[in-house]
Design a protein around this ligand. Structure first.
Ligand SMILES: CC(C)(COP(=O)(O)OP(=O)(O)OC[C@H]1O[C@@H](n2cnc3c(N)ncnc32)[C@H](O)[C@@H]1OP(=O)(O)O)[C@@H](O)C(=O)NCCC(=O)NCCS
Length: 385
């Protein structure tokens, strides 16, 4: 196809990569819905397990369906000893996201699926089994690696705890307080799906080749590991620590704006008002303070939000999900470099919903390129160059 016929948009901005019925964002109103239900409602009334059913199956589960799904997750939490042994061979300095990506790719070798010749090659039971295994095992992989890299033994999952509580238990060795469990549950709900971002697109591109789902999710984890995608919450904490006090916030903000530098945690390509997930995480923090005490970084963040409202806020640059999530995770006692793996533990539900949806489309992704190189060049023999 000639240059004039190919439309090129850097980053595919403004180009729809698929039709999807999974989630919807209204960036002007600051609304995020999973299968038509807004996340505030899900955060208040559903569990992460129920949210997974909704995302994967397109409807809220009946009691018996939820029970079956939840039991399936509890059943599949364990990981093979050989995967733990593999983790022991990783360098101690390995980033948890790299370890997670490698382990998820390895999972596919332990649970092989038929290589599909055409769409629908997997039975509904196989599809459900894959979803359960991946959602169930990701927290175990993250927690096992988090402990083993410090020389601690991994903690076996417990099947009498919820998904969120079991994850915190495997990380800390202690059964979490009900409030901590609730906070983690809501954090998992609000990060579970977010339309066509880079990692979800990676899932769909890989799935469109009919590569196995472990490979698709491993590709998504790789995409999420980049600092432009996951990880902004780590940078927010670093910024708040650097600012150090509420009094220093104003000078910091003005300094950044004067030099046309970005304030991390503010602004979003789609939301032109406050990200609804930021509001939810902020209110979770409010719940935590009464029980666990306040955190000075939160006061600095809130002050930055207030100070920037009149300038950046007017341009639609407001707190995004990362602005408050790191503060919440730190309050739960979680290591900073586990923030992005936690994102993956949650987002795997959305990725799998997209994997399932992609199975229903027979077309492999094959976009065009705009060729800007030379053409019709003469070959010069080695001795003549
Ligand atoms: C996410 C992001 C890339 C969106 O950028 P964008 O699409 O260019 O945003 P907009 O077009 O709405 O920006 C409008 C204006 O606000 C400025 N702006 C956007 N985000 C800003 C920020 N975080 N700090 C300061 N200024 C910002 C832009 O430079 C632009 O300025 P201009 O009017 O002088 O040209 C950007 O906001 C950003 O880098 N944020 C910080 C990183 C971050 O938190 N990432 C995680 C996102 S979930």
């Amino acid at each position: 196809m000639g240059r004039e016929q190919a439309v090129y948009s850097p980053g595919l901005a403004g180009i729809a990569a698929c039709e999807s019925a999974i989630s919807h964002i209204d960036g002007e109103e600051g609304r995020l819905e999973y299968r038509g239900i807004n996340i505030e409602t899900l955060a208040e009334r559903a569990s992460f397990e129920e949210t997974c059913c909704l995302l994967l199956n397109g409807k809220l589960p009946l009691r018996a369906e939820l029970h079956r799904f939840d039991s399936g997750l509890r059943h599949h939490r364990h990981i093979k000893f050989r995967i733990r042994d593999l983790m022991k061979c990783f360098p101690e300095s390995a980033h948890p996201m790299d370890a997670l990506q490698a382990c998820v790719a390895v999972l596919g070798m332990f649970y092989p699926l038929p290589k599909g010749e055409e769409d629908g090659a997997l039975s509904p039971e196989q599809v459900e089994d894959v979803c359960l295994r991946l959602i169930a095992k990701l927290p175990t992989l993250v927690a096992a690696h988090a402990r083993m890299r410090h020389g601690d033994d991994p903690i076996s999952p417990r099947d009498d705890l919820s998904h969120a509580a079991n994850f915190l238990y495997m990380l800390t060795g202690e059964e979490p307080d009900p409030l901590a469990e609730r906070i983690m549950d809501v954090a998992l709900i609000v990060h579970a799906e977010h339309t066509m971002n880079a990692s979800t697109f990676s899932t769909r591109v890989t799935a469109s080749t009919l590569a196995d789902p472990y490979t698709s999710i491993s590709a998504a984890i790789g995409a999420l590991s980049g600092p432009r995608h996951g990880g902004a919450n780590e940078e927010v904490l670093a910024m708040l620590d650097e600012i150090g006090s509420v009094e220093a916030a104003e000078a910091y903000l003005h300094g950044k704006l004067e030099h046309k530098e970005k304030i991390v945690g503010l602004g979003h390509r789609i939301y032109k008002t406050k990200d609804p997930r930021a509001t939810l995480l902020q209110s979770l923090y409010g719940e935590m303070v009464t029980k666990f005490g306040s955190d000075p970084t939160y006061e600095i963040a809130r002050h930055i939000e207030q100070l920037s409202a009149g300038t950046l806020g007017k341009k639609g640059v407001c707190p995004n999900v990362d602005f408050y999530s790191g503060i919440v995770y730190r309050k739960l006692g979680i290591d900073t470099d586990l923030f992005t793996p936690i994102f993956a533990v949650s987002r795997v539900a959305g990725w799998l919903a997209h994997w399932k949806e992609q199975l229903g489309h027979s077309r492999i992704y094959r976009p065009l390129q705009v060729y800007v190189g030379k053409q019709q060049q003469e070959y010069i023999p080695l001795d003549d160059r």
